[in-house]
Design a protein. Structure first.
Lengths: 417, 284
């Protein structure tokens, strides 16, 4: 009886369209409420703290807060010649306050980061400042030490005026801002971080290559063998996968030591002399061998899950059309496994680039990675802002790779075991 | 893999080369684990095979390092084991509850911004552990939870949930939603439906996610190194300290126990995976 122009109504008399939208929205809210507890938990305890790292890495408020009057007075100073009395007076007033609070030591450490030579002249200034007379601070401070009369040191102080700085990031790449504000590299013999970044990339790359070369044949074997054999062999892949990382590292420490089984074997087959056993641990070799074995399952599993889906009849078809087995493999089988190769390589590369425990134990000085440097600054030098900066640089790299991974295979396709 | 009779000789040779390569790789994967077993029964203090061991002389073997592990004076393993289990169990419970509930929401086709939210939830698995360690340490220090069990448990929940989310969403992808609708049409409320219908069906996925979370927590060392005080020492921390200072046979005894534990977990995980595939009707 209703005409076509009339809207369809539900039994409550509400238009169906409205009612459906309402139900849809309710479902959306329901789904979101289920995810919400975990989402907020992760955001508060994990995502925000990573943001906090970003703040810490650029935070340079310490000196700004210690010398407020000085920096106010310096605003008018052009920074070319020695500043006016006004700046010296302000600096003196800030400094007296710091000495009262016993914080001048912190100031000297901080300023020393910017320019070497502040430590001793601040100590001297503290001693002499007790007998300072009122007025004419410029001459009195300059008389303490000749460096106080050197404009370079005042320029160095001025450089610390901004509350935020990118200098930790520059330091992470062995660069710094010089007196003229240009970004330059440190002398070649002091470029420790670049060496580390390159070594991290190098080790991650070669570990990925080794893992791929070793994983491909066994993944193929596992995928083509009958189930009852392949299940048994799969254990060889899964047992290391489930075994504690430290246990596996420990076993490599035993195997690779100078009196270890690997060296015994090399001596046994006459490859090396008994009194000339090579160091295979506490150097790059140790990192390579242990990391390859530890990360190998992460390459085998994605390769296997892709190879499992390739029908064996495709290879037979290739051969029956006149290809030799090698041609059939190269032209038919190999291209079909590329998604698995991509997934496995990126997974291993991402894991290897952030590796910490294994290199720290078997890598020695020449086999450690950027992660070890981050841990070192977190625990030993307590330069947390620098550790944060390096961590974020590493994170940026990993996220870029992860983005590629997501484009290639999708993050829902990660397979576990 | 038998070769057909008509295979040409050079392919036959290549085939055996290929099998040899595979055998070598399998050996490389699994052999290092087996070095630990015999050495943990070494009667001597050195971490090399003694002449007696090579001759299989019974006197060269002993349980002394196992005794040391359990009864040794001022040994840390008792406290570490207790802590490890407490932390891992609570972290697993937390991860499983939060992760499963979130996976239910994520599997709903009504979920908005699915990709983005999934990326955030999975991020602790992708971000290098050292960075997670630094970030979580900053948070826990601010919250006053550094060097407490609660702090470490929360940290391990962060690291463990991605595994639960992934395994449970994977299980739910093959889940037939008409059964829950049938339950609802028969008058069951959502909680009852979940407990009686959904949970039993996705249980294998939930448990295997829980196993991942357990192992992640039980084996985690990087984050704990930042967070733990002396009271919160765990097995991985003790192993880490031991490996850094001096590799003692006691550590190998502990390692042997851990290998046995991981074998048990592997068997459980495999059985669950097969059961799950059977329940979801995936035949292979």
């Amino acid at each position: 009886m209703s005409s076509e122009t009339q809207k369809i109504l539900t039994t409550d008399g509400i238009p169906l369209e409205v009612s459906l939208k309402k139900a849809e929205r309710r479902n959306k809210i329901k789904a979101f409420l289920l995810v919400a507890p975990l989402l907020f938990f992760i955001i508060i305890t994990y995502v925000f703290p990573i943001g906090d790292m970003l703040m810490r890495s650029v935070d340079d408020k310490m000196v700004t807060e210690m010398l407020p009057k000085t920096f106010k007075a310096m605003e008018k100073w052009d920074g070319k010649e020695l500043p006016e009395e006004e700046v010296f007076a302000a600096f003196h007033s800030d400094f007296i306050k710091l000495v009262e609070e016993k914080r001048e030591g912190k100031l000297s450490t901080q300023l020393n980061y910017t320019k070497n030579g502040f430590k001793s002249i601040i100590k001297k200034l503290r001693r002499k400042s007790k007998s300072f007379e009122e007025g004419n601070y410029k001459e009195q401070i300059m008389a303490v030490h000749k460096r106080w009369a050197n404009v370079e040191y005042w320029q160095a102080i001025k450089r610390r005026a901004p509350a935020y700085t990118g200098q930790k990031y520059l330091k992470g790449m062995d660069m710094f801002k010089n007196e003229n504000g240009e970004i330059v590299s440190v002398p070649e013999d002091r470029r420790i971080h670049r060496v580390l970044w390159l070594r991290t990339l190098e080790i991650a790359f070669f570990v990925t290559v080794f893992c791929f070369l070793m994983a491909y044949p066994i993944a193929h074997l596992l995928a083509t063998l009958p189930m009852k054999y392949s299940n048994l062999l799969m254990i060889c892949v899964l047992l290391p996968f489930w075994t504690s990382l430290l246990v596996r590292t420990a076993s490599w420490m035993i195997l690779l030591q100078q009196q270890g089984l690997v060296n015994d074997f090399f001596v046994g087959i006459g490859l090396v002399a008994d009194d000339n056993r090579p160091e295979m641990m506490f150097n790059k070799t140790g990192s390579y061998v242990a990391m390859t074995q530890i990360l190998l399952p992460f390459m085998v599993l994605p390769l296997y899950s892709v190879m499992k889906t390739i029908s064996p009849s495709l290879m037979r078809a290739g051969k029956s059309l006149g290809g030799t087995p090698f041609v059939a493999f190269w032209k038919v089988y190999f291209p079909l496994t590329i998604p698995g190769i991509g997934a496995g390589c990126l997974l291993v590369f991402i894991l290897a680039i952030g590796y910490y425990i294994t290199p720290a134990l078997v890598g020695g000085a020449s086999g450690t990675l950027i992660s070890n440097q981050i841990a070192f600054h977190m625990k030993s030098t307590l330069d947390w802002s620098f550790a944060s900066a390096m961590g974020l640089m590493l994170l940026t790299g990993v996220l870029a790779i992860y983005w590629v991974y997501n484009k290639l295979v999708g993050i829902d396709n990660i397979k576990l075991g | 893999m038998a070769l057909p009779k008509y295979t040409e000789p050079h392919y036959r040779i290549w085939h055996y080369v290929y099998l040899t390569i595979c055998a070598a790789v399998f050996f490389f994967l699994i052999a290092p684990l087996f070095v630990i077993f015999p050495l943990s029964f070494n009667a001597e203090e050195f971490l090399v095979f003694s002449d007696g061991m090579k001759r299989l002389d019974p006197d060269a073997f002993s349980l002394r390092w196992y005794k040391d592990m359990i009864y040794g004076t001022k040994n840390p393993w008792g406290l570490a084991t207790k802590n490890s289990f407490i932390i891992a169990i609570f972290a697993t419970i937390g991860s499983v509850i939060l992760g499963t509930v979130a996976a239910l929401g994520l599997s709903s086709r009504h979920m908005p911004y699915k990709g983005l939210i999934m990326a955030v939830l999975i991020s602790p698995m992708i971000v290098p552990l050292i960075i997670s360690g630094v970030a979580i340490f900053f948070f826990m220090a601010k919250a006053g939870l550094a060097a407490t069990h609660l702090g470490i448990i929360l940290a391990h929940i962060i690291l463990g949930t991605p595994f639960v989310v992934i395994t449970v969403t994977a299980t739910l992808s093959g889940f037939d939603h008409s059964v829950t609708r049938a339950a609802a049409s028969l008058g069951s409320n959502p909680v009852n439906t979940f407990m009686k219908i959904t949970l039993p069906l996705i249980l294998p996925g939930v448990i295997s996610g829980g196993l991942f979370a357990f192992v992640t927590s039980f084996d985690e060392v990087v984050v704990v190194l930042f967070l733990a005080g002396l009271e919160n020492t765990t097995i991985p921390i003790q192993m880490w300290t031991g490996l850094r200072e001096q590799l003692s046979p006691t550590i190998l005894a502990v390692a042997t126990c851990l290998i046995i534990l991981s074998t048990l977990i592997l068997v459980t995980a495999e059985l669950l995976r097969r059961r799950s595939e059977r329940l979801r009707g995936i035949n292979r």
